[in-house]
Design a protein around this ligand. Structure first.
Ligand SMILES: [Zn+2]
Length: 297
């Protein structure tokens, strides 16, 4: 029998720990750092092997985790999407009575909030919480994740309810920023500004357009100014990574932000990630560059 308050206290302490870490690690939290957690004076790792974890003091799972798969490699098992778009999480193996799977089921029955560690890079995670298990599929050996517990969203307007749900699309959107920032070592691709709080993960091809997926080759780490300038076509990036500044902006005379921040970018090359598979996709750059050349089209 687990004391109600212990379970709740522990989960809230974990969330508070992750609130602090998420704010300080906008390019993903290393598992070593996540595992500095302690509770009631005892250290307690949160990222462990295998992916489902229940501390001995609880009856229900506390954290779940998906392992990092390098881009271009097949994941060992797919955390697939269901017809409802909600994220699925695979059991440990296929035995429904496995202790890990029973801990998952218990979290579902008790509607306990869990943490879902989703990979940004090897041993580096984005922490999603609270996450609830709202259903289990015994034949597919998986549970269905959501951001709202069973029953709680009843009565809220449908659109808002849907906007809050943990769809695969939203999951990928959420890890887009930490993944792009990490690929660019938390620096603006144009001016090298290195303050994560002033950086965005900009889409090359806009979200929801064809090829607008939230993946690193469709992203650029840009500071706020360069992101905004890129979005309104003051700046363009050619498929060969060279920056072009709009002609009328080049002719303007004004202070240091215009001169250094914009005009001097003309002809510069953006800094791209070292790994080829993380570099901006030339086809997407070209598509976007065409919009820069004729923004009204
Ligand atoms: Zn910049």
């Amino acid at each position: 029998m687990v004391a109600e308050d212990l379970d709740e206290r522990l989960r809230l302490a974990v969330f508070a720990h992750l609130d602090r870490l998420s704010a300080a690690h906008s390019d993903g939290i290393p598992s070593k750092v996540i595992n500095t957690f302690s509770f009631d004076g005892e250290s307690m790792p949160l990222v462990v092997q295998p992916g489902i974890w229940k501390p001995r003091s609880l009856s229900a799972a506390l954290t779940i985790r998906t392992t990092f798969t390098p881009p271009g490699q097949e994941p060992p098992y797919e955390d697939a999407v269901g017809p409802d778009g909600l994220v699925r999480y695979k059991w440990q193996g296929t035995d429904p009575m496995d202790a890990h799977n029973r801990a998952l089921r218990e979290a579902m029955h008790q509607q306990r909030p869990l943490v879902y560690f989703y990979p940004v890079a090897r041993a580096t995670y984005h922490a999603l919480y609270p996450v609830y298990l709202i259903d289990e599929d015994l034949t597919r050996h998986e549970v269905v994740l959501d951001t709202v517990p069973i029953g709680q969203s009843a009565g809220s307007p449908l659109e808002r309810q849907y906007a809050q749900r943990l769809t695969t699309y939203r999951l990928h959107q959420q890890v887009f920023r930490p993944r792009v920032l990490r690929a660019y070592r938390s620096r603006c691709a144009m001016c090298r500004l290195g303050h994560a709080s002033l950086l965005d993960a900009a889409h090359i091809v806009a979200d929801k357009q064809e090829h607008g997926d939230p993946v690193v080759p469709n992203g650029l780490a840009l500071c706020k100014i360069h992101h905004a300038a890129y979005d309104v076509h003051i700046l363009g990036v050619r498929p060969d990574y060279q920056v072009e500044v709009r002609e009328d902006i080049l002719d303007e005379i004004d202070g240091p932000m215009l001169r250094h921040g914009l005009q001097e970018m003309h002809g510069a090359r953006i800094q791209v990630p070292r790994a080829p598979r993380e570099r901006p996709d030339p086809e997407r750059l070209e598509r976007r560059y065409e919009r820069f050349l004729s923004p009204a089209a």
